[in-house]
Design a protein. Structure first.
Length: 288
């Protein structure tokens, strides 16, 4: 008898929810009975593993990976002379316009509006620009700032996109023009290495909003971070006239890349690493 029967869709969904490695889903079975038995065994084993991970969190570490990553990256940047800031999660329409995100821009359709003049920030850059505009009047160069916080985009949520995700955005105002590329590379590596990311590569990229920059991409082609530099065409709208470099990292993407096994792109996807009511620290809470 050939072994060409695979797990049913419901079984597959359940095993993925419990964190099965993608390679384990490729098994074939000769009969339904054999398949169902394998499913039950796997489900039991995975649920046990989830319960053990949850026990470790509640009784020992007390800190989910996302929170630990935020803490580690913030400490790394503090030690490099970057000052942490916290700007509002809601921003005025004017800020988006100054970012060049007018109704014609593709990102405009992804913005969550609270009312005609206010939206949830789809990125941290406008808040950092607004704050820096004032700080640059009183502070010396180089001025190094960063923020870590939620950003919101109306995405058709797939494997790699969340509607709410955690961004780390850093900016260094006053980087000498001919040092921008090596500095971007240095800062990219500093953050990714502090986050314990392995096997990533840096690629030159052209973004519709930020212009020429560099992306960090993991070994499965997943974008981890995007960067930008100035003088930039958006700077005059913020009354900023200095050279700079900036990078935005998606922290759930870093976790997805770091925790995903060798077998597949981020293992089971980004959702288990998200701010969530159904997952906690990568553990499915949907267990009996
Ligand atoms: P992508 O092309 O993957 O949709 P992007 O180029 O639109 O990403 P950026 O605006 O460059 O994203 O944002 C900086 C970083 O934030 C990205 O490199 C990625 O790590 C993360 N990011 C962006 N959108 C999302 C999302 N919807 N969910 C999770 N992380 C995201
Ligand atoms: Mg990008």
């Amino acid at each position: 008898m050939s072994a060409n029967l695979s797990f049913s869709e419901t079984q597959e969904t359940r095993l993925l929810e419990l964190g099965v490695p993608c390679s384990d889903l490729a098994q074939g079975f000769a009969t339904k009975a054999e398949r169902n038995r394998a499913f039950q065994e796997q489900e039991r084993a995975l649920a046990r593993k989830n319960r053990e991970q949850l026990r470790l969190l509640l009784e020992e570490s007390h800190e989910p990976a996302l929170c630990a990553l935020i803490r580690t990256l913030a400490a790394t940047l503090h030690a490099m002379g970057f000052t942490q800031v916290a700007t509002p999660t809601t921003i005025p329409r004017l800020f988006l316009e100054r970012m060049g995100i007018t109704t014609r821009h593709p990102l405009h359709r992804q913005v969550y509006w609270l009312d005609a003049k206010t939206c949830l920030r789809p990125m941290l850059a406008p808040g950092l620009y607004a704050l820096s505009q004032r700080l640059l009047n009183v502070a010396d160069l180089p001025l190094r700032l960063f923020e870590i916080g939620s950003c919101f985009r109306r995405e058709s949520e797939g494997h790699r996109h969340l509607r709410e995700f955690t961004m780390l955005n850093l900016v260094e105002w006053g980087t000498p023009v001919d040092e921008r590329i090596p500095r971007l590379e240095e800062l990219m590596r500093l953050v990714l290495d502090a986050g314990n990311l392995k096997g990533y590569r840096l690629e030159e990229e052209d973004s519709t909003i930020y212009g020429r920059g560099m992306d960090a991409v993991d070994r499965h082609g997943l974008e981890l971070a995007s960067s930008s530099m100035g003088p930039h065409r958006l700077d005059p709208a913020w009354r900023i006239a200095t050279s700079w470099v900036g990078i935005g990292f998606g922290l759930e993407r870093l976790l997805m890349s770091r925790e995903g096994g060798e077998d597949g792109e981020g293992g089971e996807g980004i959702h288990r690493h998200a701010r969530s009511f159904t997952f906690l620290d990568g553990v499915s809470l949907n267990m009996k």
